[in-house]
Structures are given as structure tokens and as C-alpha cells.
Design a protein around this ligand. Structure first.
Ligand SMILES: [Zn+2]
Length: 474
């Protein structure tokens, strides 16, 4: 079966990209695109072009060219909410309400999916809405909205304003579309997706005792006593400083790497460790990069030997610097190869989740990196791209797909305990809510856990183990 997608002229690159992701990559269907004179998108069968069809409105891609990437191409708020309807029930509940980003008809239909004479009519622009979320369209339109670290603030997102931060709205639309296609062609076979857990660890600070000036060590010690109120940790740190002088690093509070790998292996998960690839930072800086330290080089080898992944943690400020991105990736790969580490492909994440649309993606693709995993909210857990699936990315300004995949990433330790200020029980509940959404759509929960955050005490380690056991068992 090959789907014949008929759509109005215009935005051919954009249409092909999003059809390729939704129909090709995700649903596993063959498709071809032709132009028609009608104002909607019609999906029929190439073998039976006048037969049954699924239709959707064509809203985003009906934007006048001079309005493209301007405010007037953003969804009008407040977004309408519509019931799914019986014609698309399955993964989605018929009574469930979804926000409509683009394409709700006026007057509104009773349900998002309605059975009609020709097949099923969907009252949401599935492809335009998915395109806007996957390309982070609003982040180009509202390029001036930035926080202290030059990141797009959560508060400026449509998802936050409309309360769907914790729902993968693109996955819901794709489930709606798949249900409609399955209703019209019951023998259609879709690609199956299995829920997965992806654990990543940014190695900002591999050892807290090395390369530090005495004043910094004293500050850490004071932090243990005053802020963390943990005498045991303070004493361990003193011991670790003494040990480090003798070349022993196993007692360093930041050295949690074997523990992280043990937990992952217990659940047959492969962890990814993203290394900062600069060794020349100021030792007085709060995070002194130890890339050139022999212990860190050896750590890479241990990670690789145990079957986990090494990746790039591109340094602060590099998110808009193509040359620095390429140079850091080169340093990482050279160092890894020096340790006998050969990986077929490489990916990683920007330090501080700094990311500018589309420059950072462009730079990563140009450097030869295969995937990025930076596009999450730092202020909250949730779905910044609207999906729990990986997808190839699109350069909105150059109007072309890039040779780079964006991997799922929704939960970060710093968001849970820093920005959201959650107590451990609530942090576990928030993570589980995200995991359940990913599970529902056969997606992947992407978790970032730093080696030096919330793993300092036996209790914190136990909590982390329980969390991973819970999400892995879903
Ligand atoms: Zn970092």
C-alpha cells in the first residue's frame, strides 16, 4: 500500500519533511505527494486514488509567504479543545480532549475525527501542527525571548501558556491520524514502537577534588555543612582531598560513575556519558574541566569497555559557534581514539541546554555529529518538541532537512530539584507522569542525571535506583 497525499501547492520542502517524519519514519508507511487545487490535505491510496480517504485541514502551510515565520503564523490563542471522537479511538480515548494548534474548523465539529461518506475527516492540521512543534517554529518567530543563559524561556512557549507541557501533543496527533487511517484501511500495517528509557549523564564535574584551589575546596566543605547539612559528606570530602593527593580518586563524592553504570546495567540500559571536551578552563571557575586529566581519559575507557556510550557535552557558549563545536568534537574523538575507543556515530548535548534555532542543530550536523539531545525545558520536565520519539531535524531558515537526529529528552535532575524545587517523592511522581505519557505512545523517556547531583549520599543513591527501576518496569 502506498499513500497518495494530495495537498495544495507551496511549502513543498516543509511538507515533504513532515510527511517523511510522520508517515515514513514513525508510521512506517510508503507515501508520495502530489499537488491538488482543494484547500485541504487528502490521504488516499495510490492504487485507488478516487476511493476512500482521510482528510485534514491545511492551515499552517496556507500561510501567505510574507507572513511565514511571523507572529501571524503562530496558533491563535486560546487554543480550542476538541473531543477525539469514536472514529479515532484506540490509543486515544474517544472522550479525551486535545488542544488544536492549527486547523480547527469554524463552526467547530463535534469531534476531531468524524466518519464521513469518503472515509474519516480530521479537524486538526496534523502535519502543520507537528511541523511547528518539531521545528520549534515559535522559537524562531520569538527569537528575542531569552533567559540569562540565552535560552528560550519555558514561560514563552505555547505549551506552557496552554498547559500541555507534560503532554506529547505531536504523539497524540499521530495516534489520531494512525487510528483514522486504520479505520479507513483496516489491513494497513504500522511500524511498532516500544517504550524505552534513555539515560544520559553530562560529565560537568568528574572529580570535585582535583584542580581546585584551596579556597574552592573550603567552599565545597562549607556547602556540605551549611547548605547540605551533611557532616558525613564533609568528612568524606576531606578524605577524598587527601586521597587525591596520593592519586586515589575512588572516594571523591563526584565519582559516581561505576554506580550509574551498575544501575543502568541492572535494567539492561545503555547509559550515555557526555564529556566536556575542553581542558583549559580557569581552575578558579566553579566548574573546572578536567578533560586532559589521565583519570578522566581512563574513565572514558571504562565507560566504553562496559558497553556504554561516550558523547560530546559542547562547552558553554558554543551553541552558536560552528568552529568551536567542530573543534570540541574533534578533541573528544581524538582523545577517545587515543584510548582505543571506536564508535560508529557520535552525539551529545549542549552544556546548560543552550540552544538556538536553527544554528545549534546546523552546527552539530556540519561537525559530523549524528544526534543532539539538548531540546528539553530546563525550568520543568516536559515535551518541548511535543514528542517522545526521535526525529530528523529541519532547518527553518535554510528550509532544508539536516543530517542530524533529535533524541527524546524530558527529565533533568536540575529541573526537578532546582527549578521546580520538588521534594524527592514529588520528583519521582513528576518523572513517572512523563514516563507514563512516553509509555502510552510507545516513545522514549530521556533522562539526564548528572554524576555530581543528588547522588552524594546513600539515601540519594537509593532513591535514584528506585526511580530508574520504576520507569524501566513500566
Ligand atoms: Zn553541563
Amino acid at each position: 500500500m502506498t499513500l497518495l497525499v494530495s495537498a495544495p501547492a507551496g511549502y513543498q520542502e516543509e511538507r515533504r519533511y513532515v510527511l517523511g517524519v510522520v508517515l515514513g519514519d514513525w508510521l512506517g508507511l510508503d507515501w508520495s505527494l502530489v499537488t491538488h487545487e482543494r484547500p485541504d490535505v487528502r490521504i488516499g491510496l495510490a492504487e485507488d486514488p478516487d476511493g476512500a480517504a482521510v482528510t485534514t485541514p491545511d492551515a499552517l502551510f496556507s500561510t501567505a509567504p510574507d507572513q511565514w515565520l511571523t507572529d501571524s503564523a503562530l496558533p491563535s490563542r486560546p487554543l480550542p479543545r476538541r473531543r477525539v471522537g469514536q472514529a479515532a479511538a484506540g490509543v486515544l480515548d474517544a472522550e479525551e480532549q486535545l488542544p488544536v494548534l492549527y486547523g480547527g474548523s469554524s463552526p467547530p465539529s463535534a469531534n476531531l475525527a468524524e466518519q464521513c461518506e469518503q472515509g474519516v475527516r480530521l479537524d486538526v492540521d496534523v502535519f502543520g501542527s507537528a511541523f511547528a512543534m518539531l521545528t520549534r517554529y515559535e522559537e524562531v518567530v520569538m527569537a528575542a525571548a531569552r533567559d540569562t543563559y540565552d535560552r528560550f524561556p519555558l514561560a514563552s512557549t505555547l505549551a506552557f501558556a496552554e498547559g500541555f507541557v507534560e503532554s506529547p501533543v505531536v504523539d497524540a496527533y499521530v495516534a489520531l491520524l494512525a487510528a483514522a487511517l486504520g479505520r479507513v484501511w483496516p489491513r494497513m500495517e504500522f511500524r511498532r514502537h516500544r517504550y524505552q528509557v534513555m539515560l544520559t549523564h553530562d560529565v560537568d564535574d568528574p572529580l570535585s577534588t582535583v584542580g581546585r584551589r584551596p579556597r574552592m575546596l573550603a567552599r565545597q566543605f562549607a556547602g556540605d555543612l551549611v547548605r547540605r547539612r551533611d557532616v558525613g559528606l564533609a568528612l568524606r570530602r576531606v578524605r577524598a582531598v587527601v586521597d587525591a593527593r596520593r592519586g586515589r580518586y575512588d572516594t571523591d563524592p563526584n565519582n559516581t560513575f561505576e554506580f550509574l553504570m551498575d544501575v543502568s546495567e541492572r535494567h539492561s540500559l545503555r547509559s550515555s556519558f557526555y564529556f566536556l571536551a575542553r581542558g583549559d578552563a580557569d581552575p578558579a571557575a566553579p566548574r573546572y574541566q578536567l578533560f586532559d586529566h589521565p583519570w578522566v581519559q581512563d574513565l572514558m575507557r571504562r565507560v566504553h569497555r562496559r558497553g556504554h556510550e561516550i558523547g560530546l557535552h559542547a562547552g558553554f557558549g558554543t551553541y552558536r559557534d560552528a568552529a568551536a563545536t567542530a573543534e570540541e568534537f574533534d578533541r573528544l574523538r581524538t582523545a577517545a581514539e587515543g584510548q582505543g575507543i571506536a564508535q560508529e556515530s557520535w552525539g551529545g548535548r549542549q552544556h546548560y541546554l543552550q540552544w538556538r534555532n536553527p544554528h545549534t542543530w546546523r552546527n552539530w550536523g556540519a561537525a559530523g555529529l549524528k544526534y543532539d539531545c539538548s531540546v528539553a525545558f530546563s525550568e520543568a520536565v516536559g515535551f518541548r518538541t511535543g514528542t517522545s520519539r526521535e526525529f530528523p531535524v529541519f532547518d527553518l531558515l535554510a528550509r532544508t532537512p539536516l543530517d542530524l537526529v533529535e533524541k527524546p529528552f524530558q527529565v533533568m535532575d536540575v529541573s526537578l530539584f532546582g527549578h521546580m524545587s520538588l521534594v524527592p517523592d514529588d520528583a519521582a511522581r513528576a518523572t513517572l507522569r512523563i514516563a507514563q505519557q512516553c509509555r502510552r505512545y510507545g516513545g522514549t523517556i530521556g533522562i539526564l542525571w548528572h554524576n555530581d547531583e543528588v547522588l552524594r549520599t546513600a539515601r540519594e543513591k537509593h532513591w535514584y535506583e528506585e526511580l530508574i527501576a520504576t520507569v524501566a518496569a513500566l
